[in-house]
Design a protein around this ligand. Structure first.
Ligand code: HEM
Length: 848
């Protein structure tokens, strides 16, 4: 089609005109009929069980033969059998295992990528490249590798200065190594145009096509002649010996010439393999990067696997990459390759023609499950791409790129549902080579570059081409280091930048002091655009860029424990940027605030302080002092603050009741997944004597009715927790109090038992209900570090409420605050580099 979406068009036509559950159809085209089948049973019959009834079409032969000659890929019948017998033994495992060869060419790829780096200053090792297209670079890479494997002499399209001088072969001009790639690309474009004209291709002018074909033939012929003249000594003259004798090296031409001396045969077979192997692998690499750039999660996970086995890139060191590990251990890499081939099979359409009357097992009868008769001479189109998109085979998310389906879903499809390399008698000979080579290149890229980004508009459609090309890759970028911007109300603590630089040599840190007054509202405006534009990591309280200002942003480390300030910001709402809270930095100081206000209240400290001010020796009712032993603390929201509070309360002899929204029935689910300072908190969730959970009012009331002496409100503020505690809840607390022993300080009021401590956010409590609860004695007292409204205005009646301690949102303050946020940042920078999950990551669904 005009939009390069031919393979997609086949699906759209099948689904649209015939229905999603019709998999085999006959399509009239010009003066013949084309059978199209995306049914694995039929594909198996054609490629494998009844393959003797089928062969590749003359159309394929006629299209490709002028360029490649008759070889394994273009020939039919007996000649194909002969070709396969000739070429097949050359693909034994140990011949595709030449990592030294791959490495030399990958180094040249790196040099080209690095030439796109733009970030030049003292940290010139870091920074984004300009947007550029990796796809053509992969075509050069595979051309260089394949020409070296096939002929022994790489064309070095990536680094022409590496080309060695060739000897003279009398009667033959030196091959045009510089332009061979261009001739192949142009020749292929002609094949495509001629293919569209089908049997009327003779109508097209063909001179230009012939010139490209002649240049390609001349190129291969030269090596054939050199091999025929040099005989067994051919290998001696090869370039680049990689620590082993040239006589051990595998060169296809050399091996084939031991079997046949026919120059045309040698030229054709090597060109057939060159064409089959170069473009396919380059396109696969292009598609893998295409998906990684659009799926940062997958990219991070894959990088984690790569770094786990092979570590980061170390220049000029042996790679230590073992063939067996690449083949057998990289589970996720294999899943990514399979998933890329499923979503974008680089040979998206295959075909055959029937050599005799035959049958296919499925597609006939009213239910389309009966065999169908196929007359001799019928062409069948096998739309590999459409096969990979069938929801009944791959699940309802067949349209999504999800490598996990190859691991989690028991998903390995070994049958004819997944045939990117064909199947049966003509199955691809280069499958292992392609997989290993692609994995190797991706491993090296991920070791060296931290990430890859999409530089195309996100809505750009996938574009395919049936002559093995990824037409979609309009631009990707790679990045070597991270740029961290810290926006802080404090000057950088002494030694901070040095410490970060020592821990992360690739990190470029920019420190920007922004006064408290700017927070909130978040004033991003006083940060210049050129400071934003290449930031990948941001540490901030609430100053945030727009997605356009910081297009490379990947991770935001908030300096607050709550994320409620960012939930409505486009950079949070509309992007995949990871936001992490400072959850965990508050545990020590806030739990101390909770216990100190509670104890102050129980021990009448406010009254005694007042007495001290007035120089009064005035004892309160000594019998009303309650200590904490055997009391019960209820912690609403058992996060890092709650857990550290539980630790203190346990030490004082209190029983802990925890409440969480989601049930924590297993030891695993009780663990604390957020960052916790060493030795503090309750990492295993082992302290609570009772654990309550649930989203309903009844669930919450069961917790409140469990006999709480101290209720700590430590839940994040979300739509769900707004006014979570209102009149009804105070009544429930009171009802539970009256059924057990309680004491109170006030006069004739009700005798509520529970002291409420709010360190979360003001609106979690209904202020009016709280006031009435205090005044009416439903609760024993309250300590409030947060209020609603906040700041609490002059004259607000809560100031004067009975038994209340109010502080102006200070419980989180500590001299150790910044140090702890930095500890989280350090953990996460390490994880980011390894592609691991970040700690304290805000869940976009839950909002905390
Ligand atoms: C991602 C990479 C590759 C893919 C997706 C791929 C796909 C295919 C497919 C679908 C066929 C079967 C065509 C048919 O049924 O008529 C095929 C055949 C073939 N492939 Fe590959 N291929 C890849 C890489 C390679 C490489 C690297 C080589 C060699 C260096 C290679 C060599 C061949 C050969 C020689 C055939 C012809 C087999 C025959 O007709 O008997 N392929 N390939």
């Amino acid at each position: 089609t005009r939009t390069d979406r031919g393979p997609q068009y086949v699906i759209e036509a099948l689904d649209g005109e015939m229905g999603k559950d019709v998999h085999t159809v006959v399509v009239p085209i010009h003066d013949y009929e084309l059978l199209v089948s995306r049914d694995p049973a039929n594909i198996q019959a054609v490629l494998s069980t009844r393959s003797v009834h089928w062969d590749i079409s003359e159309h394929r032969t006629a299209s490709w033969e002028p360029m490649l000659g008759y070889g394994i890929f273009t020939s039919r019948g007996e000649h194909w059998k002969y070709s396969r017998g000739l070429v097949r033994p050359q693909f034994a495992m140990d011949q595709i295992n030449d990592f030294d060869l791959y490495e030399r060419h990958v180094q040249q790829l790196f040099a080209v990528i690095d030439s796109h780096l733009t970030y030049h200053d003292a940290h010139s090792e870091h920074g984004w490249t300009r947007p550029f297209d990796l796809q053509p670079l992969f075509y050069n890479l595979t051309l260089d590798v394949m020409t070296e494997m096939l002929y022994g002499y790489s064309v070095h399209s990536q680094k022409p200065s590496e080309r060695v001088e060739l000897p003279i072969v009398l009667g033959y001009e030196s091959p045009d190594r510089e332009n061979i790639g261009k001739h192949m690309d142009a020749g292929k474009a002609w094949i495509e145009t001629r293919g569209a004209f089908w049997k009327y291709r003779w109508l097209l002018p063909s001179k230009e096509f012939e010139q490209h074909c002649a240049a390609i033939h001349k190129y291969a012929e030269w090596f054939v002649q050199l091999r025929l003249r040099r005989g067994d000594k051919y290998l001696c003259g090869l370039q680049h010996q990689s620590g082993r004798p040239n006589s051990d090296r595998f060169v296809l031409l050399h091996e084939l010439a031991k079997i046949t001396q026919d120059p045309v045969e040698l030229r054709s077979q090597t060109l057939n393999v060159l064409s089959a192997g170069r473009d396919t692998t380059a396109a696969l690499l292009g598609w893998i990067v295409y998906f990684l750039a659009r799926h940062p999660r997958v990219c991070r996970k894959l990088r984690r696997e790569v770094l786990h086995y092979f570590g980061r890139y170390v220049p000029e060191q042996p790679t230590g990459i073992q063939f067996r590990e690449v083949r057998d251990s990289l589970t996720y890499m294999n899943a990514v390759i399979n998933e890329s081939l499923r979503m974008a099979p680089v040979v998206p359409l295959n075909d055959r023609v029937s050599l005799q009357d035959t049958v296919l097992p499925r597609g006939g009868g009213p239910n389309r499950d009966q065999p169908i008769f196929v007359p001799k001479g019928t062409q069948i189109l096998i739309p590999t791409y459409a096969l990979g998109q069938r929801p009944d085979i791959w699940g309802p998310d067949a349209g999504e790129f999800r490598p996990e389906r190859w691991i989690d879903d028991g998903g390995h499809k070994s049958g004819f549902e997944f045939v990117p390399f064909g199947g049966g008698v003509r199955q691809c000979l280069g499958q292992q080579l392609a997989r290993i080579k692609s994995a190797y290149v991706i491993i090296r890229l991920l070791q060296r570059y931290d990430r890859v980004a999409n530089a195309e508009p996100p809505e750009a459609p996938m574009r395919f081409h049936h002559t093995i090309e990824n037409r979609s890759g309009g631009g990707v970028q790679t990045l070597k280091g991270h740029k961290l911007l810290v926006i802080s109300p404090w000057e950088a603590p002494a030694g901070l930048l040095e410490k970060l630089a020592a821990a992360f040599p690739d990190l470029h840190v920019v420190y920007h002091v922004q006064g408290w007054t700017a927070i909130p509202p978040s004033a991003a405006d006083d940060i210049p655009d050129d400071m934003w534009h290449d930031v990948t990591v941001l540490m901030t309280f609430s100053t945030l860029p727009t997605p356009e200002q910081a297009p490379k942003l990947e991770y935001v480390q908030l300096m607050s424990a709550g994320a409620n300030n960012v939930l409505d910001k486009p950079v949070f709402r509309d992007t995949e940027v990871a936001f992490c809270t400072a959850n965990g930095v508050h545990g020590p100081q806030i739990s101390e605030w909770i216990m100190s206000t509670y104890l102050a209240f129980e021990h009448h400290l406010p009254a005694y302080l007042q007495g001290q001010k007035e120089a009064r020796w005035d004892r309160k009712d000594m019998l009303s002092i309650e200590d904490s032993a055997n009391k019960t603390i209820g912690i609403l929201g058992y996060g890092s603050i709650g857990r550290q509070t539980a630790r203190l309360a346990s030490a004082m002899g209190m029983a802990v009741h925890a409440y969480t929204l989601h049930p924590r029935d297993t030891p695993e689910s009780r663990r604390d997944r957020s960052w916790t300072p060493a030795g503090l908190g309750d990492p295993d969730g082992a302290l609570p004597a009772k654990w309550f959970s649930g989203a309903s009012a009844a669930d919450l009331h069961a917790f409140l009715a469990s006999g709480l002496d101290l209720l700590v409100v430590a839940t994040p503020l979300t739509a769900r927790t707004q006014h979570l505690l209102g009149r009804e809840e105070f009544e429930v607390l009171y009802a539970a109090s009256s059924s057990s022993s309680s004491s109170e300080i006030g006069g004739e009021r009700k005798k509520g038992r529970t002291f409420v401590s709010n360190i979360a956010r003001g609106p979690v409590l209904d202020t009016d209900a709280l006031f009435d609860g205090l005044e009416g004695g439903l609760i024993r007292g309250a300590a409030l570090d947060v209020t609603d409204p906040e700041p609490l205005p002059d004259g607000h009646r809560l100031w004067g409420a009975r038994n209340v301690i109010i502080t102006p949102h200070v419980s989180g303050a500590s001299t150790r605050y910044f140090e702890r946020v930095l500890a989280i940042l350090e953990v996460n920078l390490g994880r980011l580099g390894e592609g691991a999950e970040l700690v304290n990551r805000v869940d976009r669904g839950r909002g905390y």
